[in-house]
Design a protein around this ligand. Structure first.
Ligand SMILES: NC(=O)c1ccc[n+]([C@@H]2O[C@H](COP(=O)([O-])OP(=O)(O)OC[C@H]3O[C@@H](n4cnc5c(N)ncnc54)[C@H](O)[C@@H]3O)[C@@H](O)[C@H]2O)c1
Length: 432
């Protein structure tokens, strides 16, 4: 099939490369000229494991191309994916301006039947709005499909190639069949392709993200409870997660959730529920708990040093909102570091992938270390904020040697109390 993907961010670039990988001709469109130039040079503007090789291979095979020319891409394609950002608007709703602008531009460029696929995460009713915009601009026949994306940053390529399920919201059989055909190569291992109405498909994405965010906030509250009663959240988590009705994933307490999806999607569902006169109470609590959780680690550090960090150096390991990504959107590290700075600390940070993103946020207010151990030089304490694998088994003797004091605040519970005691560290973690 001939495909256009509009928006070459984490979702669009991965979707475009993976669709090319199964033999389709894919043209990826972005309005960001610098990004398109970078991609044309064979460079990947984001950090996502496996993506660079996939893009390189499919460009060489001439199945994948990059352009800023949306009209040309539309005219040359049968199926057009909209994968642009839907950031949080001022009132908490998803900002649809990019999606609607792209829908209008697609309509104006149409030269025959097209399937327009909404892959961005959009509130219920957006497929209908996209349909209206296109209808106003063109007399060519078209179908609008809602196809939410469930990939995880850090494992995006693998998730797209081997999805748990594919959700397709379609109002007509022709478009549904085309989408089934497109996704068949990714579902050979038995993952279901679920075809439903557009509103249901749109809700699927929000319900899934909101439930995952709920599990995180729930376990963060359980961790607080464990601290109050002297219990160990690890034991509790294992026992609770081994119930087959519950399952073990997304039960890890930590510094709160972040990223470009959970925070904005939870806010958006609360907002579009409220617009219909419904108060989604659980999700308001999920969000409030998460905001409080992001500040907890910093507050604990400040308390440990008697209420001020003046004259103290705090090392921070991990800046991205989760491991294996360079993305710092809504990362708990932002809240934590700002709080540490506010309390007077000198902050020395290291992250394996997110240093450039972090520099754009903190500028010279934070010292960025070239290596994880350099961040520890002279530090009064280390805060582990993101659980990158390379932090899991450090050289503890070397850490002790370079730090001013052996104090670790583990915001992701990656070490055990026994181990840290054996290495002579003062150690605080979450819910243990
Ligand atoms: N990042 C994730 O893990 C993830 C997962 C599932 C769904 N989603 C959803 O997918 C959508 C995209 O997310 P993302 O993380 O890839 O965003 P992103 O910000 O990384 O990328 C969006 C891209 O769209 C481009 N763009 C914006 N307006 C455009 C226009 N008019 N024409 C052409 N290009 C345009 C931007 O330049 C940018 O490159 C969002 O709705 C998001 O909620 C994201």
């Amino acid at each position: 099939m001939r495909i256009a993907v509009v928006g070459t961010g984490y979702v669009g670039l991965v979707a475009g490369a993976c669709l090319a990988e199964t033999g389709n001709d894919v043209m990826c469109v972005d309005k960001d000229e610098a990004k398109v130039r970078t991609l044309r040079r064979g460079k990947i503007p984001i950090y996502e494991p496996g993506l660079e090789e996939l893009v390189r291979r499919n460009r060489l095979e001439k199945r994948l191309a990059f352009t800023t020319d949306l009209s040309r891409a539309v005219r040359a394609s049968d199926v057009i994916f909209i994968a642009v950002g839907t950031p949080q608007g001022e009132d908490g709703s998803a900002d649809l301006q990019h999606v609607m602008a792209v829908a209008r531009d697609i309509a104006r460029a149409m030269n025959g039947y097209k399937v327009i696929v909404d892959k961005s995460t959009v509130p219920v009713g957006t497929a209908e709005k996209v349909r209206d915009v296109i209808r106003r601009e063109t007399t060519h026949p078209f179908s609008v499909v809602s196809n939410p994306e469930f990939l995880k940053q850090g494992a995006a390529v693998d998730d797209f190639l081997r999805p748990d399920r594919v959700v397709i919201g379609a109002e007509d059989e022709k478009a549904a069949d085309l989408m089934r055909q497109l996704y068949l190569p990714f579902t050979r291992t038995g993952a279901p392709i679920m075809v439903m109405d557009c509103a249901s498909a749109e809700i699927c994405k929000y319900a899934a993200n909101a439930l995952l965010a709920t599990r995180i906030s729930f376990m963060n509250e359980v961790a607080t409870l464990c601290e109050l009663f002297g219990a160990d959240v690890d034991q509790v988590r294992r026992a609770v997660g081994s119930d087959r009705r519950i399952g073990p994933s997304f039960l890890f307490p930590g510094c709160g959730y972040g990223g470009s999806c959970f925070p904005k999607d939870v806010k958006a569902i609360v907002k579009f529920s409220a617009d219909k006169g419904y108060d989604f109470q659980i999700l308001r609590a999920v969000e409030a708990v998460n905001e409080a959780q992001k500040a907890r680690l910093a507050e604990r550090i400040i308390r440990h040093f008697g209420g001020t960090l003046k004259g103290r150096t705090i090392a921070v390991w991990g800046l991205s909102f989760k491991p294996r990504t360079d993305d710092m959107r809504e990362a708990p590290a932002i809240v934590i570091i700002n709080r540490l700075l506010q309390a007077g600390a000198k902050v020395q940070a290291f992250d394996p992938a997110a240093m450039d993103s972090a520099r754009r946020i903190f500028g010279t207010r934070v010292m960025f270390a070239p290596h994880s151990y350099d961040a520890l030089a002279g530090a009064d304490a280390l805060a582990v904020v993101t659980e990158w694998n390379e932090f899991r088994e450090p050289d503890f003797a070397r850490m002790r040697k370079v730090m001013a004091a052996p104090v670790v605040f583990d915001g992701r519970n990656i070490y055990t109390k026994d181990l840290m005691k054996a290495h002579g560290f003062t150690y605080r973690s979450i819910g243990r």
